[in-house]
Write a protein that binds this ligand. Structure first.
Ligand code: NOJ
Length: 529
């Protein structure tokens, strides 16, 4: 694997730092905790970890409200702890990516504290300010992603400021060259410390229409996720000028050896809008998250169509990325698979054998389901603000279950974890590590096979014929994945070889004499020949 191409051929793993491992017994995960659990990541075989926000923050949105871009949140540790984690991970060949939040700051960031002090304040123009509209209300119809108007009235200075998320997350003004330069410095600050790249929060949204035009109404044809709101974010995000910023960042990242990488949270729900975030394939994002895939049903036709679309539309030189879980969307075991462990294993087989970089979310390797929590007392501000239980993100952010002991191996037996555990006895690392039939060992074995088999890393994707409800593809000439995502047994013809890894491990090594029978929710990776 080349040092420049590691992110194409490797596996990325997302860690929610508050929930991974607590080294000091306060019930909150931290950086030292992650360092203490590097053996797990090493054995799993991942090549890079992306840490959800690590910077100082009042935590109104759990770190996505940054008060200082060049430090570490005291709940999580110190800058020295982060340096130590980067070094210790590096010794195991694991790169560390941080989360960069350039769309908005916390209202406690020094820039905003200055900006609200007066219209002539030094940092006033770092944010998006506007006079009231003709009716004296907000300047336009833009809606916050977290509900309500995206504009917050600031009485002392008689203007509105833009907030596409919480009112305590004021949007930055990316038309301001000083903002651009300030972020170039932030990138360099972390790259100079050995950070291998960034996942960039809502990176498609940072530049807004300079005329602040009204967004158009949603239409029945729009994606269900778009129809959650009344207006379509045409002017409030996805502006063409965002590409200037991405090219600028890519030039900074490419200036490092090995080159740092940019992974974008490109929350757009059609492939034609997604692909331009790769630029010419080499000058914008290295990886652009595919939310059409994330939000698809775990259905053979739907998934197959999206993957075929990616294969067709991806710019030359660009590389796909596939994920099934994250800290916003939820866990694949619950949202795709109805908590059916068999289907969760098929989902992992899919992610780890498609052509593209898989991004696992901590706990995916166990088939971890979400943990139901009461949205009325949620720690997630979105659930409380919108009053919509389906938007509660706490259930997918609960602590990693390392063992069935009190404290779950996550924290001490006496501590109260910041979010509750699920059923520790049903899913934990220690038990699964000792069980050859476990989801953890399936994941480890699939990742190990990816490392050994160039076909799985870089081989071409070619769809194979499959009956209704099933989906099959070849990677290179050597390997084929077959998934039965239906509720009925299926028989796939035209496949000859040996089961290399089945979601039912009892089938490993089984001969495939021209056809393969799969039960509901079952999958197999077949060595052809
Ligand atoms: C996307 C992040 O993933 C989410 O957790 C956060 O609430 C919003 N951006 C705002 O930063």
């Amino acid at each position: 694997m080349s040092s420049q191409g590691w992110w194409r051929e490797g596996v990325l793993y997302q860690i929610y730092p508050r929930s991974f491992a607590d080294s000091d017994g306060d019930g909150v995960g931290d950086l030292r905790g992650i360092a203490e659990r590097l053996d797990h990541l090493d054995r799993l075989g991942v090549d890079g970890i992306w840490l959800n926000p690590t910077m100082p923050s009042p935590n109104d949105d759990w770190g996505y409200d940054v008060a200082d871009y060049c430090d570490v949140h005291p709940d999580l540790g110190t800058l020295e702890d982060l340096d130590a984690l980067v070094a210790a991970a590096g010794e195991r060949g694991i790169r560390v990516l941080l989360d960069l939040v350039p769309n908005h700051t916390s209202s406690e960031h020094a820039w905003f504290v200055d900006a609200v002090s007066g219209r002539d304040a030094e940092f006033r123009d770092y944010y998006v300010w506007a006079d009231p509209g003709p009716d004296g209300g907000p300047p336009n119809n833009w809606e916050s992603n977290f509900g309500g108007s995206a504009w917050q009235w600031h009485e002392p200075t008689g203007q509105y400021y833009l907030n596409n998320f919480l009112p305590t997350q004021p949007d930055l003004n990316w038309w301001n060259e000083d903002v651009r330069e300030a972020f170039d410095d932030v990138l360099r600050f972390w790259f100079d410390r050995g950070v291998a790249g960034f996942r960039i929060d809502v990176c498609h949204a940072i530049v807004k229409d300079s005329e602040l035009r009204d967004d158009p109404a949603v239409t029945p044809e729009d994606h269900p996720e778009v129809r959650r709101r009344t207006v379509k974010q045409v002017f409030s995000m996805n502006r063409p000028e965002v590409h200037d910023v991405l090219r600028r960042w890519r030039a900074v990242a490419d200036g490092y050896d090995p080159r740092a990488i940019l992974v974008g949270e490109t929350y757009v729900l059609n492939l034609d809008t997604l692909m331009p975030y790769y630029g010419n394939g080499e000058d914008e994002l290295n990886l652009a998250f595919n939310f059409l895939f994330v939000h698809a049903d775990f259905d053979a036709d739907e998934m197959r169509t999206i993957v075929a679309g990616v294969e067709e539309k991806l710019p030359r030189g660009a590389w796909p990325v596939y994920t099934g879980s994250n800290h916003d969307a939820g866990r694949l075991t619950t949202r795709w698979c109805g908590d059916d462990p068999r289907r969760a294993r098929a989902a992992l087989l899919m992610l780890l054998t498609l052509r593209g970089t898989p991004v696992l979310y901590y706990g995916d390797e166990l088939g971890l389901p979400e943990v139901p929590t009461d949205w009325r007392t949620a720690l997630d501000p979105v659930a409380r603000r919108t009053g919509d239980p389906s938007r509660n993100r706490d259930p997918c952010r609960t602590p990693m279950p390392w063992s069935a002991e009190p404290g779950g191996g996550f924290t001490t037996a006496e501590a109260t974890p910041w979010l509750p555990f699920g059923d520790l006895a049903a899913h934990n690392v220690a038990d699964q590590a000792a069980d050859p039939a476990s989801t953890l060992l399936l994941t480890r074995d699939l990742i190990a096979l990816r490392r050994r088999e160039p076909a799985l890393r870089t081989g071409a994707y070619a769809e194979l014929d499959a009956p209704a409800g099933a989906w099959a593809w070849r990677r290179g000439d050597e390997l084929a994945t077959a998934l039965n995502l239906s509720d009925a047994a299926v028989e796939l013809g035209g496949i000859t070889g040996t089961v290399e890894i089945g979601t039912d491990r009892g089938r490993d090594g089984e001969a495939v004499p021209g056809s393969l029978a799969l039960g509901p929710g079952e999958g197999a990776l077949v060595r052809l020949g």
